[in-house]
Write a protein that binds this ligand. Structure first.
Ligand code: PLP
Length: 362
């Protein structure tokens, strides 16, 4: 069908819907809630480029790939980066965060709620935000792999800025990426002494289009905004809390199946991330050969580890529409068969039985 224009009255209604539905998914009343043109990294860059002023101290985590991306973006925005450490595969310890906040007194603290590179969820978010606010820091949360799949309460948890992507738990094509900013965060941006270095991602300028005025800043990615509206409409139709519960239940069956088969999960249960399941590669098994088999023989794409975890974990997404019992059972069968053919000993039948049990229990 022909597209409509980005200032067509009908499109303005679609924009309103998307903003309303994004607030619902983020669990926020933030007026400043928009889809940023581009993938998750564009929303991430919008967060850092706007909130960080040259000379600001920015505290970022070291426990995964996306913490490092925060570091690069904060530096490019002129920030002085300091770090809070935790090993890959583990969340930040609130005591370490508090100590780093007290020591460095940063203007901005970024953390990754759902670390896609390691399958670790960051628990205790309200404790982290309270500690940050005690020293006057604003908090940026990376929610790319949690929005729409894992419990996330932007207002209740006092997160100042959260960004996400479409292609993870929203099951949407990538290209328009959620961003929400509190009034406090927006005030810091409004009071900047120098304009943000990015014209395209300047949220002050974007306000002309996404705020009351609805005047041109840049052409919106119309089809992506349609898609995002539909994806968010499906989230609302299911119910956000029901959706979190589905991810827990269905990915919980995946986890039970993996363990019963004789494989090990990387994260402990306290920080297991339902949307991204990191499974240890059995001793002596070539991880790449397994992922190739899954894709070539079953049409299932799973990822390998990154950095220090390369060759050591499989990363299995269980996100959004794909997070279904049928897919979990198919994956367990295919994974079990593939690791066996690559030399591991696993009990696929026990894995399937445990997953089936977990699914029928709840
Ligand atoms: C936690 C996290 N942050 C940021 C990004 C960047 O998003 P994108 O690749 O859509 O630009 C990703 C992508 O996988 C991610 O998983």
């Amino acid at each position: 069908m022909p597209l409509i224009g980005h200032l067509d009255p009908a499109f303005l209604e679609i924009m309103n819907d998307v903003q309303r539905l994004l607030r619902y998914a983020f669990r926020t009343e933030n007026r400043w809630t928009i889809p940023v043109s581009g993938t998750g990294s564009a929303a991430m860059e919008a967060a850092f480029a706007n909130l960080v002023e040259p000379g600001d101290t920015v505290l970022v985590p070291t426990n995964g790939y996306f913490g490092s991306r925060m570091e690069s973006m904060a530096r490019r925005a002129g920030g002085e980066v300091v770090q809070v450490h935790a090993p890959w595969g583990r969340p930040l310890d609130p005591d370490d965060v508090e100590a780093a906040l007290q020591k460095h007194r940063p203007a901005v603290f970024g953390f990754v709620h759902a670390e896609t590179s390691t399958g670790a969820l960051q628990p205790d978010v309200p404790v982290l935000t309270a500690a940050a606010h005690d020293v006057g820091a604003l908090v940026i949360a990376d929610t790319v792999t949690s929005l729409g799949g894992v419990e996330l309460r932007v207002d209740e948890w006092n997160i100042d800025v959260a960004y996400s992507g479409g292609q993870k738990c929203l099951s949407c094509p990538p290209g328009a990426s959620p961003l929400t900013l509190s009034d406090g965060a927006f005030a810091k941006i409004r009071d900047r002494s120098q304009p943000t270095r990015s014209w395209y991602l300047d949220v002050g300028l974007l306000e002309s289009y996404w705020g009351e005025e609805r005047s041109y800043h840049h052409t919106a990615p119309i089809s992506n905004i349609y898609a995002l509206r539909e994806a968010l409409r499906l989230v609302a139709e299911e119910g956000i809390e029901e959706r979190w519960a589905r991810h827990l239940r269905v990915a919980g069956a995946l986890k039970a199946g993996v363990r019963a088969m004789g494989l090990e999960m990387l994260p402990e249960d306290a920080w297991w991330l339902p949307s991204l399941n990191a499974v240890r590669v059995p001793e002596g098994v070539d991880a790449k050969a397994v992922t190739r088999r899954l894709l070539g023989e079953h049409g299932i794409e799973i990822a390998g580890g990154l950095g220090d975890l390369a060759g050591k974990i499989f990363r299995i997404g269980c996100m959004g529409h794909a997070c279904r019992p049928r897919n979990v059972l198919l994956l367990l069968t295919a994974l079990g068969e593939a690791v066996q053919r690559e030399g591991a000993t696993v009990d696929v039948a026990a894995g399937l039985a445990a997953a089936g049990d977990a699914l029928s229990r709840d």
